[in-house]
Design a protein around this ligand. Structure first.
Ligand SMILES: Cc1ncc(COP(=O)(O)O)c(C=O)c1O
Length: 394
C-alpha cells in the first residue's frame, strides 16, 4: 500500500535535478567557499533600506486586529489595481487582484482555478523548473515546448503541434527566465490568434498564464506588453521578490484580466477567496500587505544589473563564449565552452565559482549566471571563466 500520494512522488521526480543540484551546491560551498555565486536569484548584499523601513513601519500594530486573519484587503488591492492600470494600460478593479505568497502562490492559485486532473499545460523550454512540480501537485501534466533555438521567441508552430484536447493553459514567461527575452506585442498577438483558433477547434478555452515576476527588470528602456492586452483569457502572476531582491518575503498577486467577458471575470472574482483558503491560506503575511504601497516604490538598482551584464558579456564574448544578451531579468544565458554545461560548472566550482548548469533547464549544453552577484564577485570570477574557456575543447 503506498504511503504517499502519487502526485507527491511526481512532484519530487519533476524537481529532482534541481534538488540534487541544491544539495551538491550546499555541500560544495561548505568545502570550497564561494568566491562568486551566480546560482540562484538570491541577494549577496544587505537588503534595500526601503524594504527594511517599510517592514519596520508596518510591523508596528496600529489597531487590535493588526495581525488578525487577512485576505484580499481592500486598500492593498485597490492600490495594486490602480498601479497595474497605469503600468499595463488595462482598467483593473480591486476585485481583479488576489494577494498571494509570491508568484509561486499566484501560479498555484491559477492551477487550482483552471486545471482538471489530467489537463495539460504548455511551458517554455528552456524555462523555470518549478512549473513541473506544481503541475504534478495539481494532478496535471507539464508539456515542455522548445522556444526558437536562436532568438528564444515563442515557436508558434511548435505550440500549435503540442496542443491537444486536454490543453488548458499556455505559460508565457516574459521577461523570460533564463534567457531574458521579452516578447513583442506582435508575437503575443500571433499567439493570441493561435489560441483563439485552437480553443474553437478543441471546443474548450485555452488560457494564458502570464508569469511576469521580472516585469520591471528591463534593460535599455525596453517596453513591456502583457499578453492580457491581446488575449482576454489571461491570468497574470507577479512577485515582489525579484524587484526587491528579497525572495524570502513572500509577496505577490494574481490579477484577472479586465478584458475577460464580464460573466467569466465575475466568476473568477467570486471564487478567488475560496481558492486561496483551500490552497492553505495562500495570502501574504499581514505586515507585507500593509507595506505594499511603500514596497511598490522600491527597486533594486537596474543600472548596477545593467553594468554587470555589460561587464560579463564583454569579457565572456571576448573569450569565445556564445552568450545571449538579455532584454530583462537578472540572468545571463549562454553555451558552455565545449558544450557540456555540467562539466563546465564542475570546473568552475573547483575554483569557488558557482553557476547553474543548463541541465537543470533541460538544456545540458548551456549554463545560466545570476547577475545578483556583486561586482567584486564578478571581478574575482572572470579569470576563472577565461581559464576554463581555454581548457575546454571547442
Ligand atoms: C519565471 C519565474 N516564475 C515564478 C517565480 C517564483 O517567484 P517567487 O519565488 O518570487 O514567488 C520565479 C522565481 O525564480 C521565476 O523565475
Amino acid at each position: 500500500m503506498p504511503t504517499v500520494a502519487s502526485r507527491a512522488h511526481e512532484a519530487a521526480r519533476s524537481i529532482q535535478k534541481v534538488e540534487a543540484f541544491f544539495k551538491t551546491y550546499n555541500a560544495s560551498v561548505n568545502e570550497t567557499p564561494a568566491i562568486a555565486d551566480f546560482t540562484f536569484g538570491n541577494p549577496h548584499e544587505m537588503p534595500l533600506p526601503g524594504v527594511v523601513s517599510a517592514l519596520k513601519t508596518h510591523a508596528e500594530p496600529q489597531t487590535v486586529d493588526w495581525f488578525a486573519y487577512k485576505t484580499n484587503e481592500a486598500g492593498a488591492c485597490a492600490y495594486l489595481a490602480n498601479a497595474l492600470t497605469e503600468e499595463l494600460g488595462l482598467p483593473f478593479s480591486e476585485e481583479d487582484i488576489a494577494l498571494t505568497k509570491g508568484a509561486f502562490g499566484a501560479i498555484k492559485m491559477c492551477f487550482t482555478m483552471l486545471l482538471e486532473p489530467g489537463d495539460e499545460c504548455i511551458v517554455p523550454l528552456p524555462g523555470w523548473f518549478c512549473y513541473g512540480p506544481m503541475l504534478a501537485a495539481a494532478s496535471a501534466k507539464e508539456v515542455q515546448v522548445p522556444l526558437d533555438p536562436s532568438s528564444f521567441d515563442l515557436d508558434l508552430s511548435a505550440i500549435a503541434d503540442a496542443i491537444t484536447t486536454n490543453t488548458r493553459i499556455v505559460v508565457v514567461n516574459t521577461p523570460h527566465n533564463p534567457t531574458g527575452r521579452i516578447y513583442s506585442r506582435a508575437d503575443l498577438q500571433d499567439l493570441a490568434d493561435l489560441l483563439e483558433a485552437k480553443s474553437a477547434e478543441i471546443g474548450r478555452r485555452i488560457w494564458i498564464l502570464s508569469d511576469e515576476p521580472y516585469r520591471r527588470i528591463r534593460f535599455d528602456d525596453l517596453g513591456f506588453t502583457t499578453p492580457a492586452v491581446v488575449y482576454p483569457h489571461t491570468l497574470i502572476d507577479y512577485s515582489f521578490g525579484k524587484i526587491l531582491l528579497a525572495p524570502g518575503l513572500r509577496l505577490g498577486y494574481l490579477a484577472i484580466s479586465p478584458t475577460l467577458p464580464q460573466s467569466e471575470r465575475e466568476e473568477l472574482q467570486t471564487l478567488r477567496f475560496a481558492v486561496q483558503m483551500a490552497d492553505g491560506w495562500n495570502v501574504p503575511d499581514a505586515t507585507l500587505i500593509y507595506a505594499i504601497p511603500d514596497l511598490d516604490k522600491v527597486s533594486i538598482d537596474i543600472a548596477s544589473i545593467t553594468r554587470r551584464r555589460e561587464r560579463m558579456l564583454g569579457a565572456l564574448n571576448q573569450w569565445g563564449y556564445q552568450m545571449t544578451k538579455p532584454e530583462g531579468t537578472f540572468y545571463l544565458w549562454g553555451r558552455a565552452p565545449g558544450g557540456d554545461g555540467d562539466e563546465f560548472s564542475r570546473r568552475l566550482q573547483d575554483s569557488g565559482v558557482y553557476v547553474m548548469p543548463g541541465s537543470i533547464f533541460d538544456r545540458p549544453t548551456d549554463f545560466r549566471l545570476c547577475l545578483t552577484a556583486t561586482d567584486e564577485m564578478i571581478e574575482n570570477a572572470l579569470p576563472f571563466f577565461q581559464a576554463v574557456a581555454n581548457e575546454m575543447p571547442r
